[in-house]
Design a protein around this ligand. Structure first.
Ligand SMILES: [Zn+2]
Length: 69
């Protein structure tokens, strides 16, 4: 049996820190403070869906990745 080594951040959240389409780190949320957690967060560069606000917040709680709006 072989244990695969994967980044912890990928296991804990489905949120894409790096865009799968263009490789950009930037994200875009219209109004993060007044939007429901189900709001989709999009890539700031190409507009691809990266995840939801809830998933983004679960990353922030982790304390390793901080996003500022
Ligand atoms: Zn992108």
């Amino acid at each position: 049996m072989r244990i695969e080594h994967t980044p912890a951040s990928c296991e804990r959240s489905r949120f894409k820190i790096v865009c799968e389409d263009c490789g950009s780190l930037s994200i875009k949320v219209a109004d993060p403070l007044n939007s429901p957690l189900s709001t989709q967060v999009r890539c700031g560069r190409c507009g691809a869906i990266r995840g939801t606000l809830a998933e983004l917040q679960s990353l922030a709680v982790d304390g390793r990745d901080t996003f500022e709006f």
